[in-house]
Design a protein. Sequence first.
Length: 82
Amino acid sequence: MLVLTRRPGESIVVGDDIVVTVIEIKGGQVRIGIDAPRDVDVYREEIYEQVRQENLSAIASAAEIREAVQDQPRPDAEEDED
């Protein structure tokens, strides 16, 4: 992990097109601004983890559903009995 010291108004550059600027330091909190292209997702870590966990849960649910219906006969596969 890279650790940098910055003062309010100072920035760091990530890659070619992301700029992180320290806006304010107040007590135990630091306010930062992030300037990034629209196609770059920026999340707070706790939100990112929540979304990741929900995605993993959805994948598991989809696999369970797929497994449950895999052995069921398809309605369009029924043959006419005359």
